[in-house]
Design a protein around this ligand. Structure first.
Ligand SMILES: [Fe+2]
Length: 195
């Protein structure tokens, strides 16, 4: 059975292959299954629930971090390269310019840093991204995967996590029902990282 429809299923397989070929071990070993597909699945669930466009949300989920495959981990390059790949692949699959723009819009604001999502699909992507952080081993596996290699500073990692879980919980989740779903995990992480 295909995921959403045949086109999305093929794109999903392409994206999975790109992650599998990454030079970054953590991308190959964990990120596609442990993060990207969780965002896609929660995105699908929330989109169906709130009446957003499932195809747009799932495509945005598949592409939202894609430049990490090429070890590009910081904005603005991460965002620019991810949007560039989104456009290239979607054109190749025959999507219209307006569909491509809807996916780009959702990806563009999903981190809720300076700007907030402008569309329902963007709100769903942001919600699903935050849910995937809480409802997986995300915050526990990151230091193992890469973070400590880069900084070698656990105190810095802890304060980054503390800021991120507040933004994820209060800013990125747009629907109270889904905030309630991750509340226990949010409280638990807060306890662990405040200790
Ligand atoms: Fe993400």
């Amino acid at each position: 059975m295909s995921f959403v429809n045949k086109k999305v299923e093929s794109i999903k397989q392409e994206v999975e292959k790109l992650y599998a070929q990454s030079k970054d071990e953590s991308m190959r070993a964990w990120f596609f299954k442990g993060h990207v597909m969780l965002v896609a699945n929660y995105g699908k669930e929330v989109a169906e629930d709130v009446g957003a466009d499932v195809e747009i949300v799932v495509l945005a989920a598949l592409f939202h971090d894609i430049a990490r495959v090429w070890e590009i981990d910081d904005d603005p390059e991460l965002m620019n390269e991810s949007l560039k790949t989104t456009r290239e692949v979607m054109i190749r699959y025959g999507y219209s310019d307006s569909k491509i723009k809807e996916v780009e819009q959702a990806i563009l604001h999903h981190s809720c840093r300076e700007t907030l999502p402008q569309t329902e699909e963007g709100k769903v992507l942001s919600t699903a991204d935050a849910m995937a952080h809480f409802l997986s081993e995300f915050f526990l596996i990151l230091p193992v995967n890469c973070w400590l290699n880069a900084t070698d500073n656990f105190e810095e990692y802890k304060s980054w996590v503390k800021r991120k879980i507040e933004r994820d919980f209060h800013k990125k989740i747009f629907y109270p029902k889904y905030r309630a779903k991750v509340r226990k995990k949010y409280e638990a992480l807060k306890t662990v990282f405040n200790s």
